[in-house]
Design a protein around this ligand. Structure first.
Ligand SMILES: [Mn+2]
Length: 324
């Protein structure tokens, strides 16, 4: 259904107010935006005495645990109940919810899709998709305001984290005046910029730096495309979870004279996750879509089912053919 935004917000609110059992789902390899948005909306609905279940297909990365309470977010494979309403958060398409997540979402009587990816195919019964928003957290903040709930630190902290992480610490082009105004409001409600930035960007184990050193040593520039890789054996050797490699793409895009950066993160023997970032307006979402992925023009991702060396070769080949 395609309604004007204000009407959609009202429809979602009246639906949530009537719902009894609500399931909130985030995307696979959860990031700060989806976890922050999930936790804030979940806590807001709990204050309205709703029976809310928050779930993720994959486990929450260590750097984001500070915005969650232990046991607050379940893994989708722990869920056996049925829900009258399911809400997909920050998931550009239904597949992003993961295999079990997708099934849980489909089985709910009513489905709501809240997101900011322009490629979102509007897969819900109600769709609140606003690509002009830097983060889904911004949309959730609007919803919470409209629900008439007072915002305190337990809502402000995850929402600030959502906006902070999806803007790369307020550095990406998606950082608008509205984004900063919202962040300022959240600071007013108790979010601490210093604490959140410390939890997200600092507080790293020694193995993290050894991983960076190895991956930095592999930086290769080929036709203005910078790429590097890390294998699952190496991550295990450094005592790191897969999620700890996420930030490599932030560093890869810092290189001068490049148009695009690609980071290949091997998750399993024949499963490689690729993070794509563009520097000069190249649309990496289109490139990711060729491999069944998606995302934003400047930041996208996809998964390739192949050994690491094959994935690198295939993606590089496609990247060089990108129409500019
Ligand atoms: Mn997001």
């Amino acid at each position: 259904m395609n309604l004007p935004i204000k009407m959609t917000i009202n429809e979602i609110i009246s639906h949530l107010l009537e719902a009894k059992k609500i399931l909130l789902l985030c995307h696979v390899s959860p990031d700060g935006d989806c976890i922050g948005s999930l936790v804030a909306l979940g806590r807001a609905l709990q204050r309205l005495n709703k029976d809310v279940c928050m779930a993720s297909e994959d486990k929450i990365p260590g750097s984001l645990r500070f915005i969650t309470e232990p046991g607050e977010i379940l893994l989708t494979n722990e869920i056996t109940e049925k829900f009258d309403t399911a809400v997909a958060i920050d998931s550009g398409d239904m597949q992003r919810l993961g295999l079990i997540g997708q099934e849980l979402f489909s089985k709910a009587d009513f489905r709501i899709n809240i997101d900011h990816h322009s490629s979102n195919p509007l897969y819900g019964d109600l769709n609140l998709v606003q690509p002009q928003r830097a983060a889904t957290g911004e949309i959730i903040l609007d919803l919470i305001f409209n629900l008439g709930i007072e915002i305190d630190r337990s809502l402000a902290e995850p929402l600030y984290t959502a906006i902070f992480t999806d803007t790369g610490g307020f550095r990406f082009t998606n950082t608008t005046k509205d984004t900063l105004n919202k962040a300022a409001l959240l600071v007013g409600y108790g979010a601490s910029p210093n604490l959140i930035s410390h939890e997200i960007y600092e507080n790293k184990p020694l193995g993290y730096f050894k991983m960076l050193a190895l991956a930095f040593g592999r930086f290769t520039i080929d036709e203005k495309i910078c790429y590097t890789w890390i294998s699952f054996d190496e991550m295990a050797e450094f005592g790191l979870d897969f999620e700890a490699s996420e930030e490599l793409s932030t560093f890869a895009k810092m290189l001068e004279n490049t148009k695009m950066s690609l980071v290949f993160k091997q998750k399993e023997e024949n499963l490689v996750k690729v993070s794509l970032r563009s520097q000069n307006g190249y649309d990496v979402a289109k490139l990711a879509e060729k491999f069944g992925g998606g995302g934003h023009k400047q930041a996208a991702g996809c998964t390739i089912n192949a050994p690491l060396d094959v994935a690198i070769k295939e993606m590089l080949h496609a990247a060089k053919e990108v129409d500019h």
